[in-house]
Design a protein around this ligand. Structure first.
Ligand SMILES: Cc1ncc(COP(=O)(O)O)c(C=O)c1O
Length: 342
């Protein structure tokens, strides 16, 4: 093997030749004046795909989530989320820093929280001395739980509760494309149940940068203002938007392949007695597993010596993620490396 097989994340992909061509040829303008035609095309295309009134191109998934929470809340408000949610674990405490809000995490199963769990966490409106619950957020697919899909019936139950209590419902849909392809539920159907959605172009879809947020026109107008205040106003950014547009038009359906690769890898891991894996959690492109004999660091370094890169998932667990830059043949080689470890 003369190159690394990189399964650390689906963010490690490099833009393909065709994507680079689209970027090279992109028409551009000043997006702070909303005059970049490629950015405008991307935002219109994404809004249509997600069935929302408007969409906004933002620099990252974190920026997308945080902009949405900022627009939906006031300082002192509270947002209910799952305990392993990206928003809670991996966004540098930015709900507190950027919006002056706090999170109320609930422990889920496979990343899924239920309306029965959420209901008692909603603060009573009369309790002026408590934070005010304003938003419920879920993550689909759920990264830390292993790319698990949030069941649609559960989403509907939470939505009902959210509406009954006059709250907002936000979706961290960084990998909503994976959920959609695997469940055969359109992204439009998923998005229709939420007030705001953030979804990444730079993960499974293979664009080098960027996320999209979507919601009502009024919501996006305010997000546009806040994005500027956070230094997120970009100029001739059509060069990057072109990659996102290419990704949305060409790279969604092929995610099925990534799911097949993850499944194949997971089944081999399941056959290696020194590894432990919950195959029920392997629903899309993420494989979380654990070694009974070696430490996480040891497995990572032994794999690296043989040209395979994997990472630590939630503490104590290993993580391998399939993506557009690993072939079925790479997965066969990755399996050989894992089998050779013990
Ligand atoms: C579920 C989820 N949300 C948000 C993000 C943040 O995306 P970014 O790294 O583009 O800020 C990630 C990144 O891995 C993620 O997995």
């Amino acid at each position: 093997m003369n190159k690394f097989i990189d399964l650390r994340s689906d963010t490690v992909t490099r833009p393909s030749q065709q994507m680079r061509k689209a970027m090279y040829e992109a028409e551009v303008g000043d997006d702070v004046f909303q005059e970049d035609p490629t950015v405008n095309d991307l935002q219109e295309f994404a809004a249509e795909l997600l069935g929302k009134e408007a969409a906004l191109f933002v620099s990252s998934g974190v920026m997308g989530n945080q902009l949405c929470l900022n627009v939906l809340t006031n300082p002192g408000d509270e947002v209910i989320c799952e305990k392993d949610a990206h928003i809670f674990q991996y966004e540098s405490g930015s709900p507190a820093v950027l919006s002056g809000i706090q999170l109320s995490p609930i422990e889920g199963k496979y990343g899924v929280i239920t309306s029965e769990q959420i209901e008692p966490c909603i603060r009573p409106a009369s309790a002026y001395y408590m934070p005010r619950t304003k938003v419920v957020t879920i993550e689909n697919t759920h990264n830390r739980a292993g790319g698990t899909i949030h069941p649609i019936e559960n989403i509907l139950h939470i939505k009902e509760l959210v509406k009954k209590n006059n709250l907002y419902f936000h979706l961290d849909g960084a990998r909503i494309w994976n959920a959609s392809v695997a469940s055969k539920i359109s992204v439009r159907e998923y998005a229709s149940h939420f007030d705001s959605i953030s979804c990444c172009l730079s993960k499974g879809l293979g664009a080098p940068v960027g996320s999209i947020i979507a919601g009502t026109k009024e919501f996006i107008k305010e997000a546009f203002r806040v994005r500027k205040s956070w230094g997120g106003g970009m100029r001739q950014v059509g060069i990057l938007a072109a990659a996102g547009l290419y990704a949305l038009k060409n790279n969604i359906e092929r995610l099925t392949e990534d799911h097949q690769k993850a499944r194949a890898l997971a089944e081999t891991i399941n056959e290696i007695s020194s590894f432990e894996i919950d195959l029920n959690a392997v629903q899309t492109n993420i494989v979380i597993f654990k070694s009974n004999l070696l430490s996480v660091e040891q497995v990572i370094s032994d794999c690296k010596e043989q040209g395979l890169l994997i990472s630590e998932g939630r503490p104590g667990y290993l993580r391998a993620i399939t993506h557009l830059d690993v072939s079925f043949n790479d997965i066969e080689n990755a399996k050989k490396v894992l089998k050779s470890l013990f």
